[in-house]
Design a binder for this molecule. Structure first.
Ligand SMILES: Cc1cc2nc3c(=O)[nH]c(=O)nc-3n(C[C@H](O)[C@H](O)[C@H](O)COP(=O)(O)O)c2cc1C
Length: 179
């Protein structure tokens, strides 16, 4: 799929077809795409926890997502919890922050990687939803996520049962300043 087409076609999907699984090789392809993204000093601090079993998906959704997001990802074939290893991206070898943003650079890198993941899913004909409203501590416990990682988002992946319009975007001149 042409890149611009994938960027335009990707939508947040909040209704998935029932009974459709997502297999391990598909998730591996998504994460391989994520791995092509740039990262601070090539530090590659993004980490992924892929939940494919329907029982575990239900357990994690019930415990870690508020009701509206639980409904949003109902019937998704996979939940991918995304984290990053803290104190590396944006930090020097001695562990000092290179500038005022500190661990925000890790979140920046994870976002770059995750957009690749979303676009790859689009190319494969799969719908996705990034969920930032989730309980990080519950996810950490349920998935044994180590303390040196910061839990960021949950991404649902599945077969879309809707074809939403693109929410309106601001015009370019409203967000750019030229000199
Ligand atoms: C960091 C981030 C967190 C988000 N969290 C949620 C969420 O918790 N629940 C939800 O329904 N949508 C969530 N969204 C989806 C946005 O609402 C959506 O991307 C936006 O409305 C634009 O729509 P589009 O993705 O179809 O272009 C999130 C998106 C991002 C990038």
């Amino acid at each position: 799929m042409e890149l611009t087409t994938a960027m335009k076609n990707r939508r947040s999907i909040r209704t998935y077809k029932e009974g459709k699984t997502v297999d391990k090789s598909t998730v591996e392809a998504l994460i391989q795409a994520a791995q092509l993204a740039p990262s601070w000093k090539n530090s590659q601090t993004a980490r992924y926890y892929a939940i494919l079993s329907p029982e575990k998906i239900q357990e994690v959704a019930e415990q870690a997502l508020p009701e509206f997001n639980r409904n949003n990802c109902k019937n998704a074939g996979a939940l991918i919890v995304t984290t990053f290893v803290k104190n590396r991206a944006g930090f020097d070898r001695e562990g000092n922050p290179d500038n005022e943003l500190g661990n925000e650079w890790g979140a920046y890198d994870l976002g770059l990687a995750n957009q690749n993941l979303l676009l790859k899913a689009t190319e494969l004909g799969l719908g996705t939803l990034v969920m930032g409203i989730r309980d990080a501590q519950v996810l950490r416990t349920a998935l044994n996520i180590p303390d040196d990682q910061i839990v960021v988002s949950v991404i649902s992946v599945g077969e879309a049962d809707v074809d939403p319009e693109m929410p309106k975007r601001k015009d370019v001149d409203a967000i750019v300043t030229f000199f």
